[in-house]
Design a protein around this ligand. Structure first.
Ligand code: PMP
Length: 281
């Protein structure tokens, strides 16, 4: 693969970053994952907007404009002849001698690479996910998409070791989100998901799926829900850029509905995929 590192296109084996990069030493950086379908970027504008917001919350100046980011990502996709998969993009504050305080105006570090993956044909869609719940021990600004992913990684491993697919995190008795996705339940005609705020990452897929709720025949309720409420729901699912809408069939071993992926989740996935393909650039 060809990867992008601080202005250069290089073979992945030859790519290097400084050991003093604050992204590496302090997790002082942010990232985005943009899905590629049929060689095109899905919801590029949404991801770019969130990237700029994350950077601005951390007082890092964006090294590129929206048009430049688009050019760079398209270039990367073409160089790697990527048809389906993702673009990973990371911006760190920059490199300097290690200290907690940073110097103003460091030159940000930029890394981009692709991963080829079959995303649309995912065997888990027919099976649905088994979810465990864990305490949400992350920091209080989960709306900023930082590279500080240790607890989310630990959560995913806890789920794997428990024989499940993923974990939902719980704070004050209420579900915040999945380790790398937003969490939803459906009760009757009501689609329930936690409201945007500092407690969760505002998923780009979440925004797109919520916009499709009405035409799917669902009434939107943006509020937190409990684990017991999820276990008693008719359906549950998660969303993320690379999994789209993914059904959830058990939470802590309790079947959701009849324990099969639900019809509304299926409908939402179809609607989302159609819309995503149509709007990809
Ligand atoms: N929440 C968390 C904690 C995530 O890591 C992600 C994916 N990076 C999401 C939600 C979903 O966001 P998106 O739909 O933009 O992929």
């Amino acid at each position: 693969r060809t990867v992008y590192v601080n202005g250069d296109w290089v073979p992945e084996e030859a790519a290097t970053i400084s050991v003093f990069d604050r992204g590496f030493l302090m997790a002082d950086g942010v990232y985005e994952v943009v899905t590629v379908l049929e060689g095109k970027l899905v919801d590029f504008a949404g991801h770019c907007r969130r990237l700029h917001r994350s950077l601005s919350e951390l007082d890092i100046a964006s090294p590129h404009t929206e048009e430049e980011w688009l050019q760079l990502q398209r270039d990367l996709v073409h160089r790697n002849r990527l048809r389906e998969g993702l673009v990973y993009l990371q911006v760190t504050r920059g490199a300097e001698d290690r200290d907690f305080a940073w110097s103003e105006g460091l030159t940000p570090g930029v890394v981009m690479f692709t991963q080829a993956r079959s995303l649309v044909d995912n065997p888990l869609v027919e099976r649905g996910l088994d979810i465990i719940t864990i305490d949400d021990l992350r920091w209080q600004r989960r709306d900023i998409k930082t590279v500080q992913l240790l607890y989310s990684s630990m959560g995913k491993m806890m789920a794997k070791r428990a024989g499940a697919h993923d974990a939902w995190m719980v704070e004050d008795g209420l579900v915040t989100e999945g380790t790398s996705n937003n969490a939803y339940i459906i009760a009757g005609r009501r689609l329930i998901t936690r409201q945007a705020g500092h407690a969760i990452l505002q998923g780009i897929t979440r925004t797109a799926v919520l916009a499709l709720a009405a035409e799917t025949g669902l009434e939107l309720e943006e509020r937190p829900f409990t684990v017991a409420e999820a276990q008693a729901a008719d359906e549950a699912f998660v969303t993320s850029a690379t999994t789209f809408v993914m059904p959830v069939v058990t939470v802590d071993g309790v079947k959701i509905g009849d324990g099969q992926p639900g019809p509304m989740a299926r409908k939402l996935r179809e609607h989302y995929l159609q819309q995503a393909r149509d709007a990809a650039i």
